[in-house]
Design a protein around this ligand. Structure first.
Ligand SMILES: *[C@@H]1O[C@H](CO)[C@@H](O)[C@H](O)[C@H]1NC(C)=O
Ligand SMILES: *[C@@H]1O[C@H](CO)[C@@H](O)[C@H](O)[C@H]1NC(C)=O
Length: 321
């Protein structure tokens, strides 16, 4: 029975990886902190570089601080105006904020923080989130969580974006409770670690955890206090567009002569399938109509249309050449 000791030791060391984490809800949000601690609990070495304030909907926007001092309070006044424009938790020098966007937070990590303070440690995987609210379908381009993810993929890192269903903007000092089994942040962080560990386990001796230019988009359904029948969502393979995939729209109000958000619209191009596995259900459909299912979609940053579509366009433009 003594043999169990070295085996357990081996299992924990094999999967001790270096992970960079960002989000768009800000470094002080409950979900990112829960994810951080759950990955550390699993033995990983984790670094957070996240915006100092809520940067949801910033997509891939690449803001850089205009000064080295914060002019306005960070989210939840944490930290307050007048603090440095980047810095870390006093109690943990792996948890950093940066007065930028999710996309520039990834660059901040690779171009400044890791080389300057962490011996240019090799990052095995970049994760973003866990976002407050789902990011599916056309939100690929709108979401700051996705912005961080595809910026990491551009730079050659495997990256995974995670989004939960509850959009409450929550401060970790009010809400983090890693021992509450019904808390959404705790449940989704635990599930996210399960996926991350599977990616590393399958990686084995391969130098990369996912193919070059490939990333994943993961969404969780309502869980725990929001749906007590769903404590352990079932993984489901999906595609990003397809049935029910929708995009943001606006609504004009005659009376007030103002615009507001309209309902998301399912436009035909969002349901067409040109790339990927067309037999898979869309992540939007599964999150909206599925039963306690978590979705995993694969994307690549090869933005080109496929060969058949490219050839159609070549025919259209042929006289120009
Ligand atoms: C850090 O490591 C990366 C990847 O090995 C390399 O491309 C980069 O030049 C290094 N940066 C510094 C400042 O050493
Ligand atoms: C939402 O977040 C606020 C601020 O952190 C917190 O006080 C509140 O309890 C949260 N509500 C839920 C339903 O999680």
């Amino acid at each position: 029975m003594k043999i169990l000791t070295p085996l357990t030791f081996l299992a924990t060391t094999v999967f001790a990886k270096n992970i960079l984490m960002s989000n768009d809800d800000g470094w002080a949000s409950t979900n990112i902190r829960a994810f951080y601690y759950k990955l550390k609990e699993a033995g990983h070495n984790v670094y957070i570089t996240s915006p100092v304030s809520q940067r949801s909907g910033y997509g891939g926007k690449f803001d850089i601080p205009e000064s080295n001092v914060l002019e306005i309070d960070g989210e939840f006044s944490y930290p307050p105006a007048g603090s440095p424009a980047w810095g870390h938790e006093e109690f943990d020098d792996h948890i950093w904020y940066f007065n930028g966007t999710p996309a520039s937070c990834i660059a901040f990590a690779f171009d400044y923080l890791l080389p300057k303070y962490f011996d240019n440690v090799t990052i095995d995987l970049v994760v973003a989130g866990i976002n407050e609210a789902n990011n599916y379908g056309s939100y690929f381009t709108l979401s700051g969580t996705m912005g961080a993810t595809y910026n990491a993929v551009y730079r050659g890192y495997p990256a995974i974006s995670f989004s939960a269903s509850n959009w409450n903007n929550s401060f970790y000092k009010d809400n983090l409770d890693l021992n509450d089994p019904l808390l959404e942040s705790t449940i989704v962080a635990t599930k996210a670690v399960e996926l991350v560990n599977q990616v590393f386990e399958s990686q084995g001796e391969n130098p990369r955890a996912l193919g070059l230019g490939v990333g994943l988009n993961v969404n969780f359904p309502a869980v725990g206090y929001d749906d007590e029948t769903c404590m352990d969502p079932k993984w489901t393979f999906t595609r990003i567009t397809g049935e029910a995939a929708a995009g943001a729209d606006l609504q004009y109000d005659e009376k007030t002569n103002t615009f507001g958000w309209g309902d998301d619209q399912t436009w035909a191009p969002l349901t067409a399938c040109y790339n990927g596995d067309c037999t898979l259900p869309s992540e939007t459909y599964i999150i909206k109509y599925g039963k306690c299912q978590a979705t995993i979609s694969t994307f690549s940053i090869d933005f080109d249309a496929n060969a058949a579509l490219t050839s159609q366009v070549k025919d259209i433009l042929n006289p120009l050449f």
